[in-house]
Design a protein around this ligand. Structure first.
Ligand SMILES: C[S@@+](CC[C@H](N)C(=O)[O-])C[C@H]1O[C@@H](n2cnc3c(N)ncnc32)[C@H](O)[C@@H]1O
Length: 293
C-alpha cells in the first residue's frame, strides 16, 4: 500500500480549496494570479534570466516566470516536497518546457543544491511563513544571486491579520465563545501563534533580515485590507478546507476539539454565517524586493 502524496502536495492540490473546482478558480483569479503578476512585475525579469523559485509548490510563480523569460530563460524549481517537484516536472514536460527547467529538493534556509552566484532572480511566495529562521533564508538568497541579482518575495503577515479576539477565521464567535476557545486551543497546540514560523515575524522583520543578509537595496510594499463581508462558501467545502498544510481541515478540527453535541451546536451556529459570507475578511500582505551589489 502506498502512503500517497505528502501534506504539502495534498494541501496545494486539494485541501486549500476543499477539493472544490469553483473554490479553486475563485482562489486563483481572486487572489493568486494577481499576487503572482505583481510579484513578477516587481522582479523586473529580463529575457534569458535564470530564476530560482524557492518553495515552488505546484508552480504558480515558476511557470508564470517561464512564460515571461522567453526561450533562453531558465527556471530552477526548489521545494522541500519531492511530490510537488515531481508534479512540476510533469507539468513542465507536458508544456514542452522541460529543457528550460531544473528541480532542486531543499529548504529555503539551506539551499545546498544551488551554487553560489548562479541565479539572476530569486522569487518566493508564502514560503518564509513556514521557515523558522527567515534570516538564514535571506542569506541563502543573497549567496545564490549573481551581483546585481534581485529578490522578489511575498508573504502574508499574520500578526497584522488577527485583530479581534472575538472572531475565529473572521466569524463572530461571541454566541459560542467557549466552544470557539476549544478549537483555538487545538490550533494553538499544533501551531503556536507567537513563537511558530507563521507568527514570529512582521513586514519590518523581513526588511531587517534582508538588510542583515547584505542586500544594500530593499523595497517593501505592505497591503492591508479589512472587509465587512466574506466570500460565501458551501458548508461541506468549508469543512474540507484548512488554512495551511500543517493544521487539520476545519471539519476534522471540530471532531478533535469538541464532543459530538458541542460540534452540532457549533455547526448549527456557524453554518449560516459561512454560507452567507457573514464575517470579516482581513488580509495583510508584504511584497519585498532586494538587489544584491
Ligand atoms: C503555500 S505553498 C506556496 C507554493 C508556491 N510558492 C505558490 O506560490 O503557490 C508553500 C510551499 O512552501 C514549501 N515549503 C515548506 N517549507 C519549506 C522550506 N522550509 N523551504 C522551502 N520550501 C518550503 C511547501 O512544500 C509548499 O510548496
Amino acid at each position: 500500500m502506498t502512503e500517497g502524496p505528502d501534506r504539502w502536495h495534498r494541501w496545494l492540490i486539494d485541501v486549500r480549496h476543499g477539493g472544490d473546482a469553483a473554490a479553486r478558480e475563485q482562489l486563483l483569479t481572486g487572489l493568486l494570479y494577481p499576487v503572482r503578476d505583481h510579484l513578477l512585475d516587481k522582479a523586473q525579469l529580463r529575457p534569458g534570466d535564470t530564476l530560482l523559485d524557492v518553495g515552488a509548490g505546484d508552480g504558480l510563480i515558476a511557470f508564470g516566470a517561464l512564460d515571461r523569460l522567453g526561450p533562453s530563460g531558465r527556471v530552477i524549481f526548489s521545494d522541500v516536497s519531492q511530490d510537488l517537484l515531481d508534479h512540476c516536472r510533469e507539468a513542465a514536460a507536458d508544456g514542452g518546457a522541460l529543457a528550460r527547467c531544473s528541480f532542486v529538493l531543499g529548504s529555503a534556509d539551506s539551499l545546498t543544491g544551488v551554487a553560489d552566484a548562479s541565479a539572476d532572480v530569486v522569487t518566493t511566495r508564502s514560503v518564509l511563513i513556514y521557515v523558522q529562521d527567515k534570516a538564514a533564508a535571506l542569506r541563502e538568497f543573497c549567496r545564490v544571486l549573481r551581483p546585481g541579482g534581485r529578490v522578489s518575495l511575498f508573504e502574508p503577515i499574520n500578526r497584522l491579520m488577527s485583530g479581534d479576539p472575538d472572531r475565529l477565521l473572521g466569524y463572530d464567535m461571541r454566541p459560542v465563545a467557549a466552544l470557539a476557545e476549544k478549537i483555538t486551543a487545538l490550533y494553538e497546540s499544533i501551531q503556536p501563534r507567537a513563537t511558530g514560523p507563521m507568527g514570529n515575524f512582521d513586514d519590518r522583520d523581513l526588511v531587517r533580515c534582508a538588510e542583515s543578509a547584505g542586500f544594500p537595496e530593499i523595497g517593501l510594499e505592505l497591503q492591508v485590507s479589512v472587509k465587512a463581508t466574506k466570500q460565501p462558501c458551501p458548508w461541506e467545502v468549508f469543512l474540507r478546507m484548512s488554512g495551511n498544510p500543517l493544521i487539520p481541515p476545519f471539519g476534522e478540527a471540530l471532531d478533535r476539539a469538541l464532543t459530538t453535541r458541542e460540534a452540532t451546536e457549533f455547526s448549527d451556529y456557524l453554518r449560516p454565517l459561512v454560507e452567507s459570507g457573514t464575517g470579516q475578511e482581513r488580509t495583510a500582505f508584504a511584497y519585498l524586493t532586494a538587489v544584491k551589489d
